[in-house]
Design a protein around this ligand. Structure first.
Ligand code: SF4
Length: 360
């Protein structure tokens, strides 16, 4: 196999150049799992504090299994993709209840855990249990496509299978963990998406992209994501005692399980009067239609560009409902909040004023 020729050099390079990271110093599958899930959403430097917070708060899998969901989401707050945190807790409960708190130790068993796909299962199985199963993430696919000069779309499942099957044949049985780590590390440090550092690459002697000057063309990466534009109106409704109402998002939605102000989608930037009455249906909210919002901000998600408009309304009396929680405005930070809500809360503490409307 073509790839086999560079493996010794690649492994030597990894031993010399690898970054010292806490999850590389452990064989504990639980900690490795946490690191992999955290790193699916963010870069190493931004992910490190989340990893430490998570491990500190839930040092054992039993701690995660028995925690309140809100505690888990609070630690995860800011990372996004909250379904991953909820799935981790589901998986922790499954390990505690089904396997007596013993982490499953093979690729096929690990894959049965909620929220764990091929990549994460392969990472845990190889790093913690030395199973010879290759990891295939974005870094690995980029290195593979360039090194072998492959022009297939790296987003396709066919390409994913090609990489997996090829690497399965060549992965060294005696050091699968180092092999997997070395390709991922090469993608993170040397074979960068833009301006790869071919001059310091241990695979340069046999790399087709380098030989044919294709680094700017490969990998072929055609994403099908269509970006949707949304305008969401949020309602900060307070009573005379400075209480406000918040609601919990359903678990099957983006930001699932996190809290936010009641809200409604509407393209116009004017106050959505009829929609407000429909959605809120709070007789107690004896409000005057505000002529301008008190805050506007924008937020980008992978599939959506959101314009968020914040309206402030006063009520003489608010009561808790099945779907609304009545809380002190000053205690909002005690709840797990999504990024937009964090912006709102930060602004409510320190507003910036621009022509009468606060720009967040
Ligand atoms: S030689 Fe350049 S393009 Fe080829 S694998 Fe190394 S860094 Fe990537």
């Amino acid at each position: 196999m073509f790839f086999e020729r560079v493996i010794p050099k690649l492994l030597t390079w990894y031993q010399q150049e690898k970054r010292e990271l806490p999850w590389r110093e452990t064989l504990n599958p639980y900690y490795i799992w946490i690191s992999e899930i955290v790193l699916q959403q963010t870069r190493v430097n931004q992910g490190l504090p989340y990893y430490f917070k998570f491990v500190d708060k839930f040092p054992k899998i039993d701690d995660l299994a028995k925690a309140e969901e809100e505690e888990v989401l609070k630690i995860w707050q800011g990372l996004g993709y909250y379904s991953r945190a909820r799935n981790m807790q589901k998986a922790a409960k499954m390990i505690v209840n089904t396997w007596n708190s013993v982490f499953p130790n093979s690729f096929n068993e690990i894959k049965k855990l909620p929220g764990v796909g091929d990549y994460t299962a392969a990472a845990i199985a190889s790093f913690a249990f030395n199973e010879a199963v290759p990891v295939v993430d974005g870094n690995v696919k980029r290195v593979f496509a360039r090194f072998l000069g492959i022009h297939d779309n790296i987003q396709s499942s066919a390409f994913q299978s090609t990489v997996f099957e090829h690497l399965k044949e060549v992965i060294p049985k005696n050091e699968p963990a180092s092999f997997n780590q070395s390709i991922m590390e090469l993608g993170a440090l040397v074979c960068l998406p833009k301006n790869p550092k071919c001059e310091s690459c241990p695979m340069a002697d046999y790399c087709i992209a380098l030989r044919e000057n294709l680094q700017g063309i490969l990998p072929v990466n055609k994403k099908r994501t269509k970006i949707k534009k949304r305008t969401i109106h949020y309602f900060f409704i307070t009573d005379e005692n400075e209480n406000c109402i918040i609601q919990k998002r359903s678990t099957d939605s983006i930001w699932g399980g996190l809290y936010e102000f009641p809200n409604v989608d509407n393209e116009d930037l004017i106050f959505p009067n009829s929609l407000f009455s429909e959605v809120i249906s709070l007789k107690e909210v004896n409000f005057e239609v505000p002529d301008k919002p008190v805050g506007i901000t924008t937020h980008k998600l992978s599939h959506q560009n959101i314009t968020a408009v914040l309206w402030s309304l006063k009520s003489t009396q608010l009561v808790e409902k099945e779907y609304f929680k009545l809380v002190e405005s000053s205690s909002l930070n005690n709840f797990p909040l999504h990024k937009l809500m964090l912006k709102f809360v930060e602004w409510l503490e320190k507003p910036k004023i621009n022509n009468g409307t606060k720009i967040i």
